[in-house]
Design a binder for this molecule. Structure first.
Ligand code: NOJ
Length: 776
């Protein structure tokens, strides 16, 4: 029986290691598209364009790059970890590491398990709308059960980048625009992924990313610059990382971007002074993919060797995909450019992580248990709950909920594209795991499905051709036979594969059925490729095609329920004005269709609230609730802070979301106790349905020594209220929630008035003023 690895054992191991083996532990290999070819993607695309390489060559090379696991390097001890590929591949490579390398040091495998492994939950932006830390922890736990059993011992998650700009595609991976929510989300994910013990077969290391302020990239353009005051950085961006790291995260990923001119990968102040010294982080830093090499592109490093030297010295431990550490650390230490002590510290941290993961004792993964861990009933139930809590009812003119069995027209390609429910970062999932909205609704009621092309290109049959729908008309007769246009015009392979299931379920024998729709459900928004990494947009409105679909459907005179499926807030002024109902479902995951059906037919009461502001127009971006107080707040007078051609207000504000009941707020009280403010409010479910309300508490400092936000979230509670029930909800507003950095970087608060605002949305609150006395 193996001896359990100890801190002392790590010291002994380190003493035996060659410089090459040390550098190897810091080398993470994976099939990165960017790093795999030894030349830039631009150069490769140029070769394809000028004919030096055919597209087929490129595809072959890419397939080859993925299949190349650099086994000779592994045997020589030059690789310390890999990007995950499959449980079989983990065991195969692990055997080489454990049996064939000189020191038998096991590997670990990392992967982007962002919102589920096989059982995909809503994208983080969606799940954040549940405002439910217990849920965030539960879904992370569920992901870890599946992923860790399959060999993933580190997930490159949670991302806790505060994202205030809807143009940035990675807003989908965030918990929205607020620092407190991102911090709570991140801490809950860390607890869920790690479960206090990385050696458990069902837990994995979290990697808090992207450190830091990646969400603030200029113009919302991915990989762009970040430049901000230290005050803003520390008040609005640093806290979410600090909270997630404080929850015990085993690793941190420095971001691609620079902060005020210094790329995070080589940013000593960030990675040593702040991360290690201030936040007391003692885990492993893992670079973003190829990010060390990209310091040459940033123009901050002369070459890859210089980049490696700067990164290691700044505090980077693992080089993901760039190969800079592997290629250059040995000579850099030999030449004295990098100290061996710095190298040893990094290697020690990596070995310690492997020790905590229990890999020295249990390096292999049980393939039977791996298969059994996925898509269990329990896991699917967690995904269902998450999808239900994430959906946000944005508008409802009395259309919803639909009565059970209401026949509907279902329109829009996204309704038929099951795999799109997965959203960005769902590579571990399989298309066949998903059931399209069309299929799910088809099991519920009579559904006539029309693809977008079918609506746009063909004259609409019967009552769908112009004029108002007269409910006293004779029922339209539909048969499967006149669906030819639907089946002949699918837009992609996915649509094709799902093209005729919904109808068939309603009408299994293909006979004519009597069908009189009472509502139209239009599923519109974005495909999963339109948000996520490298998916920034300058225009975040709905596509012309979706708008044309919506307008044509409106012409039917039937109530139109817009179901929005997207990875970012979208500019939807026309929808907000003329849709009869709007349900934001984000990319809701594997149980998304079922959760939507529950919501549409009123078997659940919608409870999600926005964690991100919906603007009128792309030009308003970044638009967020906690903007600072200007000297000239927008007003009717010309010379005030506003646009000539767009309102200042959002279409839907942060914190907004409707339900099938009503909540009223009364009896707000707020008093100072010690250095905190204690606030209480009565929340009453004044409608007819039981439901969950998300109660939000904001603060505002109207006279401070540095300009303050017009409001800032200080706390929130998700409460369940039966119809007619009231609850007194309490918030402790800590001194931290009203503290800030002044011009000289002193942190603290002032004596004077503090406004406490509590309500069901950032724009719908009761207000109380507290005469706050600083107690020091
Ligand atoms: C690049 C992304 O920025 C990061 O979030 C991700 O973890 C790595 N690629 C690995 O996939």
């Amino acid at each position: 029986m193996e001896m359990k690895m100890t801190e002392e054992g790590i010291g002994q191991l380190l003493a035996q290691m060659t410089l090459e083996e040390k550098a190897g532990q810091l080398n993470q290999k994976g099939p990165s598209m960017v790093g795999a070819f030894g030349m830039s993607m631009d150069e490769i695309m140029q070769m394809v364009e000028d004919g030096r390489m055919t597209m087929q060559d490129l595809m072959d090379k890419m397939a080859g790059a993925k299949a190349d696991y650099y086994e000779d390097d592994l045997r020589a001890g030059k690789i310390g970890s890999y990007a995950w590929a499959s449980v079989e591949m983990c065991n195969y490579l692990q055997k080489i590491a454990v049996e064939e390398t000189r020191l038998h040091i096991p590997l670990f495998f990392g992967y982007d398990v962002v919102h589920g492994f096989r059982t995909i939950t809503p994208i983080p932006l969606g799940e954040s709308c549940a405002w439910d830390a217990a849920l965030w922890e539960e879904t992370a736990r569920m992901s870890a059960r599946e992923a860790a059993a399959n060999g993933v011992k580190m997930t490159f998650a949670p991302m806790v980048d505060v994202a205030k700009d809807a143009r940035w595609g990675r807003i989908a991976e965030s918990a929205g625009e607020d620092a407190l929510l991102n911090g709570d989300y991140g801490a809950a994910r860390v607890r869920g992924f790690q479960n206090h013990d990385l050696s458990r077969p069902d837990s994995m290391a979290a990697c808090v990313k992207h450190f830091a302020a990646y969400g603030a990239v200029e113009s919302g353009r991915d990989y762009s610059r970040v430049d901000m005051s230290e005050q803003k950085f520390r008040e609005e961006y640093l806290p979410s990382y600090a909270k997630a790291i404080g929850a015990g995260a085993a690793s941190v990923m420095p971001a691609f971007n620079d902060i005020s001119g210094i790329p995070c990968s080589v940013n000593r102040k960030l990675l040593r002074d702040i991360l290690r010294d201030e936040l007391h982080f003692d885990g492993v830093t893992v670079s973003d993919s190829n990010a060390i090499a990209e310091c040459v592109n940033h123009g901050i490093a002369e070459d890859r060797a210089d980049a490696a030297a700067q990164a290691l010295s700044a505090g980077m431990d693992i080089d993901m995909n760039a190969g800079c550490f592997a290629d250059h650390l040995v000579s850099l230490v030999e030449s004295g450019r990098v100290s061996e002590k710095a190298l040893d510290e990094a290697v020690r941290r990596v070995l310690r992580l492997k020790m905590k993961m229990g890999l020295f004792e249990n390096p292999y993964f049980d393939e039977k248990a791996a298969a059994a861990s996925i898509l269990t009933t329990e896991n699917l139930a967690v995904a269902r709950k998450a999808a239900e809590e994430s959906m946000v009812l944005l508008k409802n003119e009395g259309v919803l909920p639909l009565k059970e069995g209401t026949p509907v027209i279902l329109a829009g390609d996204l309704a038929d594209m099951a795999g799109q429910l997965a959203g960005t970062w769902s590579y571990g999932s399989k298309a066949e795991d998903f059931t399209s909205i069309r299929t799910v609704l088809g099991k519920e009621t009579a559904v006539k499905y029309l693809s977008t092309d079918a609506v746009l290109a063909q004259p609409l049959p019967g009552f769908l051709t112009g004029g108002r729908h007269d409910r006293s008309d004779d029922a339209e007769t539909w048969s499967n036979a006149d669906d030819a246009e639907v089946r002949n015009n699918p837009d992609d392979a996915e649509a094709r594969s799902n093209a005729d299931d919904g109808e068939a379920q309603n009408n299994p024998d293909g006979a004519s059925i009597s069908f009189k729709p009472e509502a139209v459900i239009a599923v519109i928004g974005e495909t999963k490729a339109e948000s996520g990494e490298a998916s920034s947009k300058s225009d975040i409105s709905l596509s012309a095609r979706d708008m044309a679909l919506f307008r044509k459907l409106k012409e039917t005179g039937l109530p139109v329920i817009a179901v929005l499926m997207n990875g970012r807030p979208m500019a939807i002024p026309e929808l907000a004005k003329s849709a009869d109902a709007i349900v934001e479902i984000w990319a809701p995951g594997i149980e998304g269709g079922e959760a939507l059906a529950e919501l549409l037919f009123g078997r659940i009461n919608p409870s999600g609230k926005l964690t991100t502001t919906f603007p009128y127009a792309s030009g308003q971006c970044p638009l967020y609730y906690d903007h600072i107080s200007t000297g000239r707040p927008a007003g009717r007078f010309k010379f005030t802070s506003k646009y000539l051609d767009a309102p200042n207000e959002p279409v839907y504000p942060f914190g907004f979301g409707l339900s099938y009941t009503n909540y009223t707020y009364s009896e707000l009280s707020a008093v100072q106790k010690g250095s905190n403010i204690e606030a209480d409010i009565t929340v009453t479910n004044s409608g007819q349905r039981d439901g969950d309300e998300i109660v939000q508490c904001y603060v505002h400092d109207p006279a401070a020594r540095r300009v303050r936000p017009v409001k800032r979230l200080a706390g929130y509670r998700r409460i369940h209220l039966k119809a007619g029930e009231s609850e007194r909800v309490h918030f402790t507003i800590t001194r931290d929630a009203i503290s800030y950095y002044d011009a000289e970087m002193h942190y603290g608060t002032d004596s004077g008035e503090i406004e406490v605002l509590i309500g069901g949305s950032s724009e719908d609150t009761m207000k109380a003023a507290v005469d706050y006395r600083r107690a020091d």
